[in-house]
Design a protein around this ligand. Structure first.
Ligand code: PRP
Ligand code: URA
Length: 211
């Protein structure tokens, strides 16, 4: 992992190999979906390594062992739609995590985020929150998502994405300097339609086959 302030790039060879396949325009939806789930699982393994644990005793068939349990609950918050493609993989790794949903789409003309659904767990403030969305483009969607999460009183928030644009990173770290950003790649720039170059295209359309 390489870090610059609160922005971290996960350079693990398996993550990078799978990201390369996900970027490939020839990968069909079923392959893209599988890759996204696998990458999300590997990235979640990396970003949770600093979560605090408490000691706990467990009876083995022959004695008592001291093990650990996570100190806090974990809430995953996928931004609909594309974040759902990452949630499945992370839930395989952290099945006890709660899941909140934020529905946000970008207005096609202005690229401004439009929030259309908000369902967060009532006790989210006591948990460590992982916001998930494969694409950090202008940063508009992630910034309003974090605004909504912070309104609940939640304090420990990480953003997990797959590909980030420098424009989105700048906007997000300015609006929410306390939120750590984890990505598998920082790409070149946005095109005039707000798509990341070279990116991987429209993540939601590639996951759900709505191209
Ligand atoms: C995509 C993506 C992010 C957002 C990123 O969603 O999944 O949520 O764009 O762009 P931003 O950083 O400029 O806000 P989209 O609006 O295409 O909705 P969808 O996931 O429902 O397709
Ligand atoms: N949303 C996407 O799905 N892809 C991009 O490149 C930008 C926003």
């Amino acid at each position: 992992m390489t870090s610059n302030g609160n922005v971290h790039v996960i350079t693990h060879p398996l993550v990078q190999r799978k990201l390369t396949s996900a970027r490939d325009a020839r990968s069909p939806s079923e392959v893209f979906r599988r890759l996204l789930a696998e990458i999300a699982m590997l990235m979640a393994y990396e970003i949770t390594r600093t979560y605090p644990v408490d000691p706990v005793e467990v009876k083995t068939p022959l004695g008592t062992a001291t093990g650990t349990e996570l100190r806090h609950g974990i809430t995953l918050v996928p931004i609909l739609r594309a974040g759902l493609g990452m949630a499945d993989g992370i839930l395989r790794l952290i099945p006890q995590a709660r899941v909140g949903h934020l529905g946000i789409y970008r207005d096609e003309t202005t690229l401004a985020p439009v929030v259309y659904y908000n369902k967060l767990p009532p006790d989210i403030a006591e948990t460590d929150v992982i916001l998930i969305d494969p694409m950090l483009a202008t940063g508009g969607s992630s910034v309003v998502a974090i605004d909504a999460i912070k309104q609940t009183g939640a304090k420990t928030i990480k953003l997990l994405c797959l590909v980030a644009a420098p424009e989105g990173i700048a906007r997000l770290t300015t609006a929410h300097p306390d939120v750590a950003v984890y990505t598998a790649a920082i790409d070149s720039h946005l095109n005039e339609d707000g798509y990341i170059l070279p990116g991987l295209g429209d993540a939601g359309d590639r996951i759900f086959g709505t191209l």
